[in-house]
Write a protein that binds this ligand. Sequence first.
Ligand code: 5AD
Length: 344
Amino acid sequence: MNLDQILNKEELNKEEIVFLLSLQKKEELEKLYFQANEVRKEYCGDEVHLRGIIEFSNYCDQECMYCGLRRSNKNLQRYRMTKDEIISTAGRITKAGLKTVVLQSGEDHFYSKSLVTDIIISIKEKYDTAITLSIGERGRDEYEEWKKAGADRYLLKHETANDKLYSAYHQQEMLKSRLAHIRCLKQIGFQTGSGNIIGLPGQTIEDIADDILLCKEMDCDMCSFSPFIPSNNSPLWKIPPANIDLTLKTIAAARIVLKDVHIPATTALSTLIDGGKELGLKVGANVIMPNFTPLPYRVNYQIYKNKKTYDPLVYLEEIKSMLDRIGRNVGEGKGHSLKLVINQ
Ligand code: 5AD
């Protein structure tokens, strides 16, 4: 296969994506990253959208094998933020100039349909911000009500496109059921985010190519490709973290294949390597999600080990000067889906 030809093709098949993910030589990787950056420029411009995350509860009903929030982990101090705490944290995010609030938690049914609705309505009344929900699988009626209440986006990663691995890591649950949720969210009108974890034991490069193609087939608006990092409190505690080059190749190949989607430079990537966010932005990413979870809580949102903690305002300044240095700028609008006509 010829790298230059593949990089200039409009559509890539699985074999070609696998070829990109297998590249090893420095000059070839540089070509891949260069092309991914060109595609990013063409479809996203130089804007980097900042989304402020609030990790409002670390209670979780699920038992995902890779995750430190899994229900059976007893070595974690569990917390739930009150409605008022969540709303005032959303205020801090918008005051810092960010125009998306991401509400993330474990799968925690303490936050009922009406409580989540209340929180969405209160944030929307008080602040001019987009809202992304990242709270796991819920019922169609809940999704519908939250959309009506004003939530704009929903983030529900498919985690792995390999259905056998999916079942193995999620207590025999089915990938097709997960995909049905994502389709349902799209139907209801949410801008929808999906994505994978890179470096799960048993996962092949072919599986990662399928992850990228699945994001394409699902027509997701945001796709997150983030590296596995072990959690000491999960059955995968002994497994080494994902390979950095494979993570960067995945982001780059995804940008080339998916084109007009938002791709974050994830917190996991910057946990894996210093300067990880900058590396991600240089190979196709266009979104950063600074963490605004209040300090006493955030140390307990331990999805994986060594998750970075920082003062969000200091961190924002660091991001802004990094963006300056690499010739990028903070997105001005809400950074809605690149597939929508309205983008303000
Ligand atoms: N490493 C990397 N990402 C993880 N997630 C959960 N556990 C890990 C881990 N050990 C990701 C999942 C989930 C998101 C909130 O965190 O993809 O969707």
